[in-house]
Design a binder for this molecule. Structure first.
Ligand SMILES: C[S@@+](CC[C@H](N)C(=O)[O-])C[C@H]1O[C@@H](n2cnc3c(N)ncnc32)[C@H](O)[C@@H]1O
Length: 199
């Protein structure tokens, strides 16, 4: 841990401590964005690849470090998270953007979106806790019930994480895969994968 990490942790504590006290979300959310280098790379990728008006849905959005980033102003955005306390905090933190119609938040998960056209569907840093057959069902449901341009997700190869997923079944839906980046995690590597529709 370096000086930048501790500076950012301190800043985040002052920004979010009152919300953690009020809503009681997990301390994981108090970790600064600089401890998650993939966040910056995913934001840059979608911002540069997409265009104003595109739709982004992030499942497992936490405190909106990705979906609520200002780089996405002009995109249509929805954040989903299965934890009520996280969404309650998002609704207070991002009240103005919600009122302005820039973004919405909802308690939910993969099954919560149906019949939508989504340009970027993001699910990062939680699937490693879910058993592979369940994750496969979740992706199959969201891919067959919606029109999704690109899926951005991650797999973690580490003895400290329960499951290391292979998402190649996503390619059966007409997507081709590429690796956006690899990031060190405890005892291993996180790979961020982009599945895009072949041109
Ligand atoms: C570790 S945080 C990651 C937040 C964000 N994706 C990021 O990378 O910064 C994981 C989030 O996913 C949520 N989550 C876990 N399992 C989920 C599920 N099955 N469906 C929706 N959200 C889930 C948790 O509540 C938590 O807010």
């Amino acid at each position: 841990m370096n000086v930048i990490y501790w500076r950012d942790k301190y800043i985040r504590f002052f920004k979010y401590h009152k919300y953690q006290k009020k809503f009681g979300f997990s301390s994981w959310h108090m970790e600064p964005v600089s401890s998650k280098p993939y966040v910056h790379d995913v934001i840059e990728y979608v911002k540069n690849d997409g265009k104003q008006g595109d739709t982004i849905v992030e499942c497992g959005c936490g405190l909106g470090d990705i979906i609520a980033d200002s780089a996405f102003i002009g995109f249509k955005r929805k954040g989903l998270d299965c934890k009520r306390e996280v969404i309650n905090a998002d609704e207070e933190i991002f009240r103005k953007a919600i009122q302005d119609g820039e973004i919405s938040f909802e308690i939910g998960s993969f099954e919560s979106v149906k019949g939508e056209k989504i340009d970027y569907y993001i699910a990062l840093n939680f699937l490693h806790n879910i058993e592979p057959d369940q994750v496969k069902n979740m992706f199959e449901e969201v891919l067959s019930c919606n029109k999704i341009g690109q899926v951005i997700t991650d797999s973690v190869n580490s003895s400290s994480y329960p499951y290391n997923h292979d998402f190649d079944y996503i390619c059966d839906y007409g997507y081709s895969k590429r690796c956006l980046g690899e990031y060190k995690v405890q005892n291993g590597i996180r790979k961020i994968m982009v599945y895009g529709k072949s041109q």
